[in-house]
Ligand binder design. Structure first.
Ligand code: GRF
Length: 219
């Protein structure tokens, strides 16, 4: 097997997606290893979860820096010190400058709880319910300077049920996120997902699994 890609995870909160990446990366044939978890919030729950899993953690409090650039300088230094090759944002709630994003161009990914390009930004589930969509979902994409934009690696579609609240829908989507993110990272780290400009080409797609998802179901 080729050398495992070295992954740094950026979080700000509870870190459930981070935990799913850590657990997937424990599999011997997973093409990536998690080498550090960094948070801009020292109190982030995810930091303790990562430390308990034996991963190196560091809090870099954005409030301690006069500018966004100075904060990112420190973040970048920590990522380089850990030998990070791919950055995985997992509930990282800091806006990034274009300069930082460009430094990690095609090497930084993010998970967003909607089927992009629909419902960029915050409150995605409430907005999806208000729009009356029948399928919601989540997206793992390469980060570009524009908010929630960039080449899409993988998506999962989740049914919207009658009586859904934003919380119920969020929980159903989150369950899909926890499977989708490790899958997408694996595709990228193994080279099965290749970035081609603003799109991602997936090699070796099992076309026999390419079935439409109907919701409500046909029968
Ligand atoms: C997830 O819903 C993710 O899609 C979004 O922020 C949330 C983070 O949750 N970007 P967690 O910290 O991974 O539990």
């Amino acid at each position: 097997m080729a050398a495992k890609k070295r992954i740094g995870i950026l979080i700000s909160g509870r870190g459930s997606n981070m935990a799913s990446l850590i657990s997937a990366a424990r599999e011997p044939d997973y093409p990536a290893e998690i080498v550090c978890v960094l948070s801009n919030r020292p109190a982030a729950e995810g930091l303790a979860r990562a430390a308990a899993a034996g991963i190196a953690t560091q809090a870099i409090d954005h409030k301690a820096f006069a500018t966004r650039e100075a904060f990112e300088e420190q973040l970048d230094a920590a990522l380089h010190a850990a030998g990070v090759e791919i950055v995985a944002c997992a509930g990282f709630m800091r806006k990034m400058t274009a300069g930082f994003v460009e430094r990690w161009r095609d090497r930084m990914l993010n998970i967003h709880p909607s089927l992009l390009p629909s419902f960029k930004g915050l409150d995605t589930h409430a907005r999806a319910l208000a729009a009356g969509v029948k399928l919601a979902g989540c997206t793992v994409h390469i980060v570009r300077p524009e908010l929630d934009a960039g080449p899409i690696i993988a998506q999962a579609a989740v049914p919207v049920l009658c009586g859904d609240t934003p919380e119920l829908l969020a929980a159903r989507v989150l369950e899909a996120e926890h499977l989708l993110y490790p899958h997408a990272l694996s595709l990228l780290a193994s080279g099965k997902a290749a970035i081609d400009g603003e799109r991602v080409k997936i090699v070796q797609v099992p076309v026999n699994q390419a079935k439409p998802l109907y919701w409500p179901p046909l029968k």
